[in-house]
Design a protein around this ligand. Structure first.
Ligand SMILES: NC(=O)c1ccc[n+]([C@@H]2O[C@H](COP(=O)([O-])OP(=O)(O)OC[C@H]3O[C@@H](n4cnc5c(N)ncnc54)[C@H](O)[C@@H]3O)[C@@H](O)[C@H]2O)c1
Length: 392
């Protein structure tokens, strides 16, 4: 039996972790932990947890655990993960791995010393659509990839009373107002896509140049919800393989999806991107993170000779898997990225195997965020040093 605890029982844990632990008979949800008792208890009761805590230190000293999932805000990641690693526990930390490279380094050293698994919740790598894109890039169908672009947008900070789901208001507000959050929309979302770009193309980020705005504070004049962080970000990046990347993200305006025409249809944001190569290009479009639907991927390829509309065709993905109980019902969604990520974490623990997302991968995304804020502060392009490979 693998004894696992989840610390942080908010949006990420309810969608991304708790349901998928419950499904594995060889795993026990030994404890949940949150800042307030009601939240910790509700999570334990809903997902068959044995006990619940409001004090993480007390949970670690009282319970016999093998692993911890950390799904709290980023300013707590390093401290909570270090305490777990010092006890030799395996750790899955939600993205971003930590707020700074120095915090990441401390975690890497601790994990290497105790031999525990340390992985980061870059769950998009477990999305079958993004796995298909990796295969398409690797088999050369797009030729030499030279341009990657991602657009993530919502209007929720422009119109929070109408657009913010009531249960999610507190999850949004620390992102907007907490001075210790480690950053704004860029720190929240760039790690997801930087991780994918590194994984898809096997290249490291070479330089980054950003423009950041705090629209709610500086243009709307709202000091309360404006908070200290940017709510609109554009980053221009260069990768070591020559590829150019553009990342645009904000929650003060929502772009419509190029494939689904109405934004991603449901949910409060749009998320899509494009990849250009010398032999073809593709557009991908995601549905909300809690949807059982696969992304839509449309592709144009010089290699593809099937008759299709002006050369574009849809990349085949598994059908959405529907079952009584709905999209988040355990056993209902074998293609779901968070379920596959949790299965992988559990399998790595059981087989003493290396995780698909290493702590070094998590660190690389935090290094990119750090460089992005340096670019803001110094006003221009920041070149990254070559990635480290060992610390101890
Ligand atoms: N991978 C993804 O797609 C994804 C999606 C959403 C959030 N996240 C990440 O997950 C993390 C949590 O985000 P969220 O949206 O779930 O936040 P949230 O505000 O909804 O939940 C945070 C939870 O952490 C608890 N908490 C905070 N500090 C604690 C402490 N010191 N000890 C114990 N519990 C503590 C709170 O009580 C709450 O239950 C963040 O790092 C965020 O970036 C990832």
């Amino acid at each position: 039996m693998i004894r696992l605890a989840v610390v942080g029982c908010g949006g990420a844990a309810w969608i991304g972790h708790l349901p998928w632990i419950w499904e594995r008979p060889e795993v026990e949800l030994t404890a949940t932990c949150a800042l307030d008792e009601v939240t910790a208890r509700q999570a334990a009761q809903r997902w068959n947890g044995k006990s619940w805590y409001v004090d993480y230190g007390e949970m670690l000293s009282r319970e016999r655990l093998d692993a911890v999932v950390i799904a709290t805000p980023p300013d707590t990641h390093a401290e909570l993960a270090l305490s777990a690693l010092e006890r030799g526990l395996h750790v899955l930390i939600e993205k971003p791995m930590a707020r700074t490279v120095a915090e990441c380094d401390a975690l890497i050293v601790a994990a290497e010393r105790c031999g525990a698994i340390l992985t980061v919740g870059h769950e998009k790598r477990f999305n079958p659509g993004f796995e298909a894109i990796k295969r398409i890039i690797e088999d050369g169908t797009l030729g030499h990839v030279f341009y990657l672009v991602v657009h993530w947008s919502a209007a929720v900070r422009l119109d929070p009373d109408r657009l913010c789901p009531p249960d999610y208001r507190t999850s949004y507000e620390w992102r907007w107002t907490s001075p210790s959050a480690g950053g704004g929309i860029l720190a929240d979302h760039l790690p997801h896509y930087l991780d994918l770009w590194r994984w898809w193309t096997d290249a490291e980020l070479e330089s980054i140049d950003v423009q950041l705005l705090n629209v709610r504070k500086d243009l709307i004049g709202d000091q309360l919800l404006g908070g200290p962080h940017e709510d609109f970000a554009v980053a221009l990046m260069k990768f070591t393989n020559g590829c150019v990347g553009v990342f645009e993200s904000g929650n003060v305006g929502r772009g419509l999806s190029p494939i689904l025409h109405i934004g991603s249809g449901v949910g409060e944001w749009s998320e899509y991107g494009m990849i250009y190569g010398t032999r073809g290009h593709l557009v991908f479009d995601l549905l909300p993170w809690d949807s059982p639907e696969m992304p839509r991927i449309m592709m144009y390829s010089l290699e593809e000779k099937r008759p299709s509309y002006r050369g574009w065709f849809q990349v085949e993905l598994p059908d959405p898997y529907r079952a009584p109980g709905g999209p988040l019902s355990p056993r209902s969604n074998p293609h779901y990225q968070f379920k596959r990520q949790m299965d992988h974490f559990i399998d790595c623990i059981a087989n003493n195997a290396a995780p698909r997302v290493t702590a070094w991968d998590g660190r690389a995304t935090v290094a990119a965020v750090e460089a992005a804020y340096r670019s803001r502060d110094e006003g221009g392009r920041v070149t990254l040093s070559a990635p480290l490979r060992a610390l101890v």
